[in-house]
Design a protein around this ligand. Structure first.
Ligand SMILES: C[S@@+](CC[C@H](N)C(=O)[O-])C[C@H]1O[C@@H](n2cnc3c(N)ncnc32)[C@H](O)[C@@H]1O
Length: 401
């Protein structure tokens, strides 16, 4: 396996629709020594017409590849950025740090990798092409993404199972499909390019669309509900906490005064007018952080992440690996925290002291820091720039003593 250089954690320039948050110091190395909360669930069967995959209910279908697919053989383009066309439009998303992801899964034991954010199937396709000893269980809550993955991955037949669900049902899905553990878990967090680029999804301030932002369109709360329903104090706290928005108070006040707001461009204008003039000229679009904060809140992105990472680690077989790609420091802090917790068995004492008996690490960190995209990758795909990839490997049982 080619070695992937570690990267430090300096904050990166954000991709166009994503605001970087101030980063925390990197996790210290794990001290040496010994060492499923179910979410609200997902809608039952795949909702999108022509979507491929396995409905997320027990017994609906075994791990039998890509049943009910749209029939098209798909047009995978050699690891490029285009997946199958859902709804007639190509699903254009470049898998970030694809080669590093593929390399990090090379040594895992034969079995399945759960791609918990399969999106258009870019990472999954690269993994399946490179590693004949692996199958993929792909999860996504977005029916459009899952439909695209179904087309792209159809050629792998029964090596692939797709399930429409939120990833907090990670353990339940494995159980339902009859898998006793996983050889890998992959989380490529956040939004896909098509989610950002399709104005009707309402994720981006760039195009006119409804204030929606739901990755799973069947969930009850949209961005409009939040923007028009929360009080000023709640809105300000949300913008500060999830968007690190310095002008949260002013923006919240302006939003409340301008309500009801129904479109992305209306909201973007209100935010732009609310921030002081000098701030409008710095650091990208003034509405970036507001949109990020709303998207994270609408999709409960941070709320379900810590327990899901713990579940994924629990499900790994010995030698199995969990990889997480985070795109802002709120996510990355959670990843570091859960990985550190697993690598230390929860021991928070000074690393120079012996680890007390009974403290049992369940994983080892594969890199001291995060892996970052190269300058060449960023030049090709600016949205990759904020990415931080972290990885752990499950320890053999005998070391968990
Ligand atoms: C960055 S994209 C993944 C792209 C994918 N790795 C590829 O190469 O095509 C993130 C995907 O994760 C999905 N997603 C985000 N949070 C999720 C969650 N909690 N449960 C299930 N899917 C989620 C989004 O709908 C989106 O399709």
């Amino acid at each position: 396996m080619t070695d992937v250089p570690p990267a430090d954690d300096a904050d990166a320039r954000a991709p166009e629709d994503e605001a970087p948050l101030p980063d925390s110091p990197d996790a210290p190395g794990a001290p040496s020594g010994p060492g499923v909360p179910d979410g609200p669930g997902a809608p039952g069967a795949l909702g999108a017409p022509g979507a491929s995959g396995v409905p997320d209910r027990p017994g609906a279908s075994g791990p039998s590849g890509v049943p009910d697919g749209p029939g098209a053989p798909g047009a995978p383009e050699g690891g490029g950025e285009r997946a199958g066309a859902a709804g007639g439009r190509p699903f254009a998303h470049r898998p970030v740090l694809r080669d590093a992801v593929v390399e990090l899964f090379e040594p895992v034991p034969p079995g399945i990798v759960v791609d918990a954010t399969v999106g258009g199937g870019g990472h999954a396709e690269a993994l399946l092409d490179a590693h004949p000893h692996l199958g993929v269980v792909g999860l996504d809550q977005d029916p459009d993404a899952l439909a695209a993955a179904g087309v792209r991955l159809a050629r792998f037949g029964d090596r692939v199972t797709l399930v429409r669900t939120r990833f907090d049902r990670f353990a339940t899905v494995l159980d339902d499909l009859g898998h006793e553990g996983a050889s890998g878990a992959l989380f490529d967090l956040g939004v896909s390019s098509p989610q950002l680029d399709r104005p009707e999804r309402g994720f981006s301030f760039r195009g006119e669309g409804p204030l929606d932002m739901r990755m799973d369109p069947s969930r009850p709360m949209s961005a409009a509900d939040l923007v028009n329903g929360a009080d000023e104090r709640e809105l300000a706290a949300l913008l500060r906490g999830l968007g690190d928005e310095r002008h949260a108070g002013r923006i919240a006040r302006a939003i409340v005064a301008a309500r009801p707001l129904t479109t992305t461009t209306q909201l973007a204008e209100v935010v732009r007018d609310a921030v002081p003039a000098p701030a409008r000229r710095r650091g990208g679009h003034p509405a970036r952080r507001t949109f990020q904060a709303l998207r994270i809140a609408v999709n409960e992105e941070l709320a379900i992440l810590p327990a899901t990472i713990d579940d994924a680690i629990d499900e790994l077989v010995a030698g199995g690996r969990c990889l997480v790609l985070a795109y802002h420091s709120g996510e990355d802090r959670i990843v570091k925290d859960r990985f550190r917790h697993a690598a230390t068995g929860g021991w928070t004492g000074p690393s120079h002291l012996p680890v007390p008996p009974g403290v049992t690490p369940t994983v080892r960190l594969l890199r001291p820091g995060a892996i970052k995209p190269s300058a060449a990758e960023i030049a090709e795909n600016p949205r990759a720039e904020a990415a931080r990839l972290r990885a752990v490997e499950k320890l053999p049982l005998q070391e968990v003593a």
